[in-house]
Design a protein. Structure first.
Length: 149
């Protein structure tokens, strides 16, 4: 019967494993000596969510009604409908190619716009526009674009 082969790599891995275990043991002992939390000590959580070594004051405990807890996404109410018309500025527009980009004035988002979606006239860089957004093949597009004076 053949003996298991002990190669240099196997010996080195075993040495590393033993050294790591020894280092871990030394760190654990150093923490105990430094006054860290021992196995038989209690740790409490106060009303602010902080770890303390004294029991929390029961008068500061906040009562929570079970019916107030919402699991999942809350239902939309009638007043929650966002405004579909956005405003922004034309950041780039190439009239010869017929496309450009509009930067939203409320968010840092940029939307692609095609010349076919421009209602009145031609767009130039810096024009203030109002538009709606729709999902296109490659992302969100600005549609029904109108110049704002």
């Amino acid at each position: 019967m053949a003996r298991p082969q002990e190669t240099f790599g196997k010996k080195e891995r075993e040495k590393k494993r033993l050294k790591k275990a020894e280092d871990k043991r030394k760190k654990r002992e150093a923490r105990k000596e430094a006054g860290g939390i021992e196995q038989n000590e209690f740790v409490y959580v106060n009303h602010l969510g902080q770890l303390v070594d004294t029991p929390p004051d029961p008068s500061l405990k906040e009562e929570i009604n079970v019916e107030d807890i919402v699991l999942g996404v809350p239902k939309k109410e009638e007043g929650d409908v966002p405004n579909p018309i956005h405003t922004g500025f034309v950041e780039f527009f190439d009239a010869s190619k017929g496309f450009g980009f509009i930067k939203d004035s409320d968010t840092p988002e940029k939307y692609f716009v095609h010349i076919s979606e421009v209602k009145d006239g031609e767009l130039k860089e810096g024009n203030k526009v109002s538009y709606e957004i729709e999902k296109g093949q490659k992302g969100w597009n600005a549609v029904r674009v109108n110049k704002v004076s």
